[in-house]
Write a protein that binds this ligand. Structure first.
Ligand SMILES: C[S@@+](CC[C@H](N)C(=O)[O-])C[C@H]1O[C@@H](n2cnc3c(N)ncnc32)[C@H](O)[C@@H]1O
Length: 233
């Protein structure tokens, strides 16, 4: 796949555990790829700014937080849900970094670590935190809630873009015994989409996406992953 939007630059300021919070069991999503999927979704969306972005399997909110930093010009609101309460607590901390108060708190935490341990990695983390702080141009609101994405989702609004990295074994698997989970997931997303909502889903490249209620706008393979961009039929 040729990247059209995700710049080939060093994204180490976003490394999980550096400024953004990391806990065991959390997956790392490649930043360049996240940005590529978001911008391709935006290209398909009739709405170009004031975007309400939703992730129905948001985990620790890494993907959403990174997209928030990189897309201050287009995102108005971020919404995330997950079946795992512990992950949602981490997501809350990560998304708070998008606000001055949250990033200042993180800088103070890192400074405390520098004072206690005098480690170079903490000095680098402070530099990254200051860079991330300088990226904040708008105050993106965020909302997190607990939900099983395979059941009816009570979102209360129609998101403009949904981006999600599906569970695919190894680190995180589907918390469900359902067969045809992707089909089931798309059925529940169908209930919260408007006819303009664009969905970008990323998964293991062997996973098949079949659901009559959606049309595929794009499909791309990248290494072991693939992503598909869909819209309601
Ligand atoms: C690949 S991880 C997502 C990581 C996330 N994008 C991030 O940036 O941290 C997949 C997530 O799906 C969640 N999950 C598994 N089954 C679920 C279900 N039935 N409903 C909602 N979330 C589910 C897991 O708890 C996990 O956090």
């Amino acid at each position: 796949m040729e990247y059209r939007y995700g710049k080939n630059i060093n994204y180490e300021d976003f490394s999980s555990g550096r400024v953004l919070y990391h806990v065991k069991g959390m997956t790392n999503f490649p930043v360049r790829l996240a940005q590529e999927i978001y911008r391709r979704c935006l290209e398909h969306s009739p709405k170009k700014n004031d975007i309400a972005l939703y992730d129905c399997c948001c985990g620790g909110g890494y993907l959403l937080t990174v997209l928030g930093f990189l897309n201050q010009d287009t995102i108005r609101k971020i919404i995330g849900s997950d079946i795992d309460m512990e992950m949602l607590n981490v997501a809350e901390k990560n998304l708070s970094l998008l606000h001055e108060e949250g990033i200042n708190k993180r800088i103070a935490e890192i400074e405390q670590m520098i004072a206690s341990f005098q480690k170079q990695s903490h000095i680098e983390a402070r530099k990254s935190a200051i860079k991330l702080k300088s990226m904040i141009r708008s105050s993106i609101e965020f909302k997190l809630f607990h939900a099983d994405a395979l059941k009816e989702i009570n979102l209360g609004e129609k998101p403009d873009i949904i981006i999600t990295d599906l569970p695919y074994g190894n680190l995180v698997d589907w918390n469900s015994d359902e067969e045809n989970v992707i089909d089931k997931l798309l059925d529940s997303l169908h209930g919260i989409c408007s006819s303009d909502t664009i969905i970008g889903i990323c998964m293991d490249k062997k996973t098949k996406v079949r659901n009559e209620k959606f049309i595929r706008l794009e499909r791309q393979k990248i290494g072991k992953r693939k992503f598909e961009i869909l819209r309601k039929r």
